[in-house]
Ligand binder design. Structure first.
Ligand code: CA
Length: 377
């Protein structure tokens, strides 16, 4: 089998209302899909997290190296692209592009061997994955305390046992909102907070101390990803577990975070950190360092499917027993017109639990008519 063509698809959709995290407002959702076609008629799909036009340019730059190669040799092809691009992109868009390509190669590999990716990655530890609701963004509405508490209660009513709140809007306001959300969801649902690296370690520690009483499951991206010393300071000052890693890339990037014990929970994005091949390696490394792995997920059904295939094979956080604690899926509940529309069969949760796709490859089928509707001009 040989690779015949590599194509990129830049998709875009307007949102009905703008949303904000601490980094700013956004009113559109974009996606960058990678399609790899083989001479056997098998087509594989991948997705790149990151700025769509930059990742598309990076995929198109390396695409000629893939033509004529055997797509089953995914580790070899990963290393070939990484080595040729090393001088120009050990992190960021180049690795995001490599990740999208790698996911498409795994989709092909699964279809070629007629097996779901998780079977080829080592076999499933589980076939049903608990999801947490990611949402609770700011809207252009009057009182965040009121609308965020209502939104949070809605997720619990839908069946989610865990949810994640955006913070990073000022320490006092964050503390008030965290308290309101905890009161709205009751004591049994898990509550995580995500600052999207809004703070320095001084502000992050202050916020953490103000909300420790509200049983926060993790504090995500308290400080900028480059500030490893800041991560360590926050982690040693607080009893709340510290999470991060959606802005880190490859085993080489995570090696630094792990050796420095900067995190309790690593969150590589499968579509950013280097694809399924690389994230499996990062996950194995995380286990060796005693660090939990919960992937960051922010994309279309292709990103969700790739994350589910990986989540199926990850070891439990706590050793097998009657009630092992398993890694969980980040399920974005904010508006994303493209997310499920491009799948022939959407990947939906039932009471906060989602089934790992069992079909060959990623286990999904892309709806090309839907794809055409979202092509960016
Ligand atoms: Ca995040």
């Amino acid at each position: 089998m040989k690779i015949k063509a590599v194509r990129t698809h830049i998709l875009q959709a307007e949102l009905s209302q703008a949303l904000a995290c601490s980094r700013g407002w956004f009113s559109t959702r974009t996606a960058m899909l990678v399609e790899i076609e083989t001479d056997r008629g098998i087509v594989g799909w991948g997705e790149c997290y990151g700025p769509a036009r930059i990742t598309a340019a990076a995929v198109e730059h390396v695409a000629p190296w893939l033509i004529g190669e055997d797509p089953v040799r995914s580790d070899y092809l990963w290393q070939l692209i990484y080595a040729r691009m090393r001088d120009h992109g050990q992190k960021g868009a180049v690795i995001q592009a490599l990740g999208g390509i790698d996911i498409a190669l795994w989709d092909i590999k699964g279809k070629y061997f007629d097996a779901p990716v998780h079977q080829l990655l080592g076999g499933p530890q589980r076939t049903r994955i608990s999801a947490y609701a990611t949402g609770l963004y700011r809207r252009r509405a009057a009182d965040p305390i009121q609308y965020l508490a209502e939104e949070a209660a809605g997720y619990v009513a839908e069946g989610f046992s865990a949810l994640k709140l955006r913070v990073g809007f000022g320490v006092e306001e964050d503390a008030a909102v965290t308290r309101a959300v905890r009161e709205a969801i009751g004591p049994s649902a898990a509550l995580m907070i995500d600052a999207n690296h809004a703070y320095d370690s001084i502000a992050a520690i202050r916020l953490g101390r103000m909300i420790e009483q509200h049983d926060v499951r993790w504090f995500e991206e308290p400080v900028p990803p480059e500030d490893i010393a800041g991560y360590r300071a926050v982690r040693s000052a607080l009893s709340i577990p510290i999470a991060g890693g959606e802005c880190e890339f490859t085993r080489f990037g995570f090696r630094e975070l792990f050796v420095m014990h900067a995190l309790d929970i690593a969150q590589p994005d499968t579509c950013a950190a280097g694809g399924l091949s690389e994230c499996k390696k990062i996950a194995d490394m995380a286990e060796a360092f005693g660090i939990r792995y919960n992937p960051h997920v922010w994309g279309t059904g292709i990103a969700i499917a790739a994350s589910l295939q990986l989540l199926a094979v990850l070891p439990p956080h706590t050793r097998p027993s009657l009630m092992p604690m398993a890694p969980i899926l980040e399920l974005d509940r904010t508006e994303h017109p493209i997310r499920q529309a491009i799948l022939v069969e959407p990947l939906e949760h039932v009471r906060g639990v989602i089934q790992v796709p069992e079909g060959p490859g990623l286990g999904i089928e892309v709806d090309r008519k839907a794809l055409a509707r979202f092509v960016a001009r």
